[in-house]
Design a protein around this ligand. Structure first.
Ligand code: TRP
Length: 326
């Protein structure tokens, strides 16, 4: 089980970091992937752009290979059981531990005039999302580890007080080393919040992709054979490894090691390979976004699968808590 915030416009880092994991997991496990639209209300009470963002995140994930026929792919707000479980879990979550959460403290700092209770209990809602399906594996990045630890604490408390209903959820990734997609400005990773020109979005058009890649920092090239690569150069090679053929990579590695490399050519090649990688995804996204009937069908089918699993869990939960009076 995992949740995806509907903040729109996925980039290459999201693709290689998260979505590829989902696409692999859906072949092996019973998967629930959810658009976390309720979570977005904690920080974005204005919902003007919500529908568009939800549609985009659905379309982008599907275009990248997430298959609504294999996994349950649904919207959080369509599953009312989530809100019920969230309420019960709130009785097991202490104000003190919620106030200590890193993401809460960050958000308080960012918007001190909107410190609402939903923000405080964000990790409780996230726990409800996960354990609603009694899920045990949660594909998330490092930034979510504290939330998962809290989820395990809430689960332990629930199980201890009311009986064993839930497994303890664990963060899951196929490779120990998460794939880091370096940014085009020489250091750090591609990220939504930092330099937009250094991040390749799945929605970027061909010209924009070329422009961004050609702007990447290089230098006059190595002067000694087999030198060590500076970070901004090794990053270009890392990007190449994601989208270029083995032959191309070997050619430029050899050119570098023999001091014959022409970075202009290398970037042109990388730009074309990026275009070849991103353009078909972008076109698929546009096709899906234009098809409201299909999107609706995806959401309905996802909600149906999620509700089936949720209602089974909630029967067990109500029984365990003692909310069964007849
Ligand atoms: N908090 C997650 C994020 O910011 C999104 C999320 C919501 C989530 N519910 C979840 C992730 C359940 C994993 C499981 O990215």
């Amino acid at each position: 089980m995992s949740g995806i915030r509907p903040t729109g416009f996925l980039h290459l880092g999201n693709y290689f970091g998260a979505i590829r994991n989902y696409v692999k997991m859906q072949e092996e496990f019973e998967c629930y992937f959810m658009v976390a639209d309720l979570h977005s209300l904690t920080t974005h009470p204005d919902t003007k752009e919500l529908k568009g963002n939800v549609h985009r995140v659905l379309a982008e994930n599907i275009a990248c290979g997430l298959d609504p026929d294999k996994a349950a792919f649904y919207c959080q707000s369509h599953i009312y059981e989530t809100s019920e479980l969230y309420l019960y879990l709130n009785m097991l979550a202490y104000k003190g531990e919620l106030e200590k959460t890193t993401t809460f403290k960050d958000k308080v700092r960012q918007s001190p005039d909107n410190v609402n209770a939903g923000l405080l209990t964000y990790p409780v809602l996230q726990t409800a999302d996960i354990i609603l399906h009694r899920a045990s594996l949660v594909p998330v990045g490092k930034d979510q580890e504290q939330h998962l630890e809290m989820a395990r604490n809430f689960v332990k408390r629930f199980n201890h007080r009311y009986g064993d209903v839930f497994p303890e959820p664990m963060a899951f990734n196929y490779s120990q080393e998460l794939v880091k997609v370096p940014s085009l400005d020489g250091s750090g990773k591609m990220s939504k919040s930092e330099n937009q020109m250094a991040t390749l979005y799945l929605a970027d058009d061909d010209e924009m992709i070329r422009k961004k890649v050609m702007k990447a920092k290089t230098d006059a090239g190595p002067t000694e054979p087999n030198s060590e690569k500076p970070e901004y150069i090794s990053n270009l090679f890392l990007l190449m490894k994601l989208v270029s053929s083995q032959e191309v990579i070997e050619k430029y590695e050899a050119d570098f090691n023999t001091c014959n490399i022409r970075y202009g050519d290398m970037k042109k090649q990388l730009a074309e390979d990026m275009v070849a990688f991103i353009a078909p995804i972008r076109e698929k996204v546009d096709g899906i976004l234009a098809d409201d009937a299909y999107l609706r069908q995806v959401m309905e089918k996802g909600a149906e699968k999620a509700r089936a699993s949720a209602s089974e869990t909630m029967k067990l939960v109500r029984e365990a808590i003692g909310l069964n009076y007849f």
